[in-house]
Each structure stands twice: as C-alpha cells, then as structure tokens.
Design a protein around this ligand. Sequence first.
Ligand code: FAD
Length: 278
Amino acid sequence: MLPPVARRFVAGESAASVLDHARRENDRGVGVICNLLGEHHRERASADADTVAYERLVADIGASDLRACISVKPSQLGLSVDEDVFRANLARVVAAGADHGVFVWVDMEDHTTVDATLDTFEEYVRDNDGGMGLCLQSNLRRTAGDLERLADCPGKVRLVKGAYDPPESVAYGEQSQVDDAYREDLAFMFREFDDGVAVGSHDPEMLTLAADLHAKHGTPYEVQMLMGVRERAQYDLAGACDVWQYAPYGTSWPAYFWRRVRERKGNALFALRAIAGG
Ligand code: FAD
C-alpha cells in the first residue's frame, strides 16, 4: 500500500486512484498527465503488460469527462528489449489514444535512446496528424537541431532541462549552460511551433520567460509541472494559462519517490517530518 509520505508525489497504486486524483486537480483548474510507473523492462512480457494497462487507462479517460492524458516511457514499452517491441507497443497506445481522443506524450530517457525515440515519434505523429507530444531535453547539445527537425511536424514538444546525467561529449556540463540552452530552445519554439509549446519546468525564471514570449508571439502554450512540486504555483498559474500536472501512479513507486526526495533538501525535510510524525 502507498504510505502517506509518498502521497505527495504519487497519486496511488491503481488506475482508479490516478483518475480520482485527476478529478480533484481538474476541480482546481489543472489537467493531469497520467504516468504508470515502470521503466527499463528487460522482458517483453512486462512491456506488453504495461502497454495493456495504458490501453485500458486511455479507454477509461476517454469514457470520462476528465481533462487528462497519458505520458509513456520508451523503455517501459519495450525499448530496452528491442526497438521493434517499443515501436509495436507505442503504435497500440497511440491507436488507443486516437480511438478515445486522449493525447499521448512520450517521455525522453537517457541520451542513448534519443534517436530511436525521436524517429518513432516523428513517424507516428505525422501518420496520425498530431494527438501526440514528445519530451526534449535542453541539456543535450543536439536538441536545438532536433527542434528544427520537429518544427514543421504536427503534435507538441515538452521542453525540459533534462533529468539524466549525460557525458559532456553530448551535453552541457554547467547548470548555467543548460539554462542558457533552455532559454534559446524556448525562444525558438515560441517563434516556430504554431501548434503550441509545452514548458516542462518549475523554474520561475523560465515560466516568466514563457509568458513574455507568449505575449510577444501569440503562440499558445501550456505549463507542465510534477505532482507535489510547487502545487500552489500550479493553481495560481491555471488562471493565466493551461497548466498540466504530471501525476505518476502504480506499484513501482519507491524508486520514483526516493528520486524526488533526494533531488531537493526541502523534499528530504518534508519526508523526514512526515516519517517522524507517523
Ligand atoms: P531546476 O533547474 O531544477 O530548478 C530551477 C528553479 O526551479 C529552482 O531554483 C526553484 O526555484 C524551482 N524548483 C525546481 N524544482 C523545485 C522543487 N522541487 N520545489 C520547489 N521549487 C523548485 N526529464 C527528462 O529527462 N525526461 C522527461 O521526459 C521529463 N519529463 C518531465 C515532465 C514534467 C511535467 C516535468 C516538470 C519535468 C520532467 N522532466 C523530465 C524533468 C526535468 O528534466 C527536470 O529535471 C526537472 O523539471 C527540474 O528542472 P526545472 O526546470 O524544474 O528546475
């Protein structure tokens, strides 16, 4: 069972719990991006099982009146087993999304997966004429070129700074360089992406920049933040622009929960206080 301390960052263990969470967040003006926790499946059976779980979730969202969508990880759908397994499973999820009118985001994992993820995304998003979005990471040197490649594609891009730790041969090493790249990538997207821009960041400076770029270019945009992170800001922003909250769920929550706790002193203190308080 999900302990109370983990409930700040994880919606629950079941699909029903993430849908309940989505209803509560919708009432506060925030859409929810549902993510079934699980990654790096080495066996085809686990990748197929998560694919089926996503097909069911998409059908449930489609049958509801929720403002909700999904985000999948390539290695969860089989990229660590074989690229063809990933392609086949993503095709099933995308078909379910199209059938039920549910948007499908594809997360980006470590730098070695970018080519396979990007190629598959581009093929499917063009075939489907949208309905999908891809995450790109500004800490990778290649991302400015990848954005140019996707500029005339239907679908959306979620720009993040990058959660992995790539080698300097392919990535910017200093945080200030990553921030500069994020600013430049964001400016490019607001100039060139007519279908809209998704700003995946909690950084107040980047959120202000996005609002300024929107005022200048008129490009529609949405802000995406994680469940349990700057939630007050999410509700406040929801009056001014589209806000979506990325909400993970599932039984594989411990690794995700500890990653959130470790990444920031404030989160570690919150966890310690919650554990000490019972
Ligand atoms: P940072 O650069 O970490 O921090 C900048 C400032 O933001 C801080 O000084 C503080 O003011 C504020 N801030 C940041 N975090 C917090 C916090 N916990 N509490 C309070 N204030 C905070 N990464 C991937 O590699 N692949 C993905 O597919 C992916 N998907 C994502 C989806 C969403 C919706 C989001 C929000 C992030 C995703 N990420 C993904 C993670 C992303 O790459 C970053 O690691 C993460 O968002 C931290 O960067 P940042 O821009 O939020 O702020």
